[in-house]
Write a protein that binds this ligand. Structure first.
Ligand code: IMP
Ligand code: MG
Length: 191
């Protein structure tokens, strides 16, 4: 491996195909605000944060450190079935929760809500397991492509236009999850 030379190669964080939408500081302030709301709402309740892998991992790590309550965490990994270009709305559980959620107050933590199909199905699956309550927290919300209009998202960081974004856990074909900011991919075919 050769030593990188900043004058010859652009770095990943300064990739010219990216346009920053939310800076690290803007994100930090928003997550702190969400954490304060959740802290107030769940005082005295047995809270379980359920992160949806892989996209939510960065948001989850930041959010839980802004919730000043006793809590536990768990993770799920799901994959959406796509028939052609449209998502059927069914999801396959790739990794299930490690612990039961009966009588617990579950807060599902997502990176982004787009069509809403994944979260609608996830809420149904977890809803059949006897949780005391189930709510959704998402860092980003793209309302425009929403198919499941009735999906209620209780905590939203930012609403964004219908553009493909990466960073802060969000990927394009597996890349860019490590960006400390949220960016729009200018040319998706070059991503
Ligand atoms: P949906 O709400 O069922 O359409 O699925 C949401 C999932 O699609 C998210 O958890 C992301 O994994 C992915 N997704 C949607 N929009 C974007 C985006 O702009 N960038 C990266 N991933 C996205
Ligand atoms: Mg994803």
């Amino acid at each position: 491996m050769t030593t990188s030379n900043a004058t010859q190669h652009e770095t990943e964080f300064a990739n010219s195909n990216l346009e920053i939408l939310f800076s690290k500081q803007t994100i930090q302030e928003k997550v702190a605000e969400m954490g304060r709301m959740i802290t107030a709402d769940y005082a005295g309740k047995e809270l379980v944060l359920v992160g949806v892998l892989k996209g939510s991992c960065v948001f989850m790590a930041d959010l839980m450190r802004e919730i000043d309550l006793p809590l536990t965490i768990d993770f799920m990994s799901v994959s959406s079935y796509k028939d052609g270009t449209t998502s059927s709305g069914d999801v396959e559980i790739i990794k299930d929760l490690s612990n039961p959620i009966r009588d617990k107050h579950v807060l599902i933590v997502e990176d982004i809500v787009d069509t809403g199909l994944t979260l609608t199905r996830l809420e149904e699956i977890l809803g059949s397991r006897g949780a005391a309550s189930i709510r959704l927290a998402t860092f980003l919300d793209k309302p425009e492509p929403r198919i499941k209009k009735e999906l209620e998202v209780h905590y939203t960081g930012f609403q964004i236009p219908n553009k493909f974004v990466v960073g802060y856990g969000l990927d394009a074909a597996g890349r860019y999850r490590n960006l400390p900011f949220i960016a729009v991919v200018k040319d998706p075919s070059a991503a």
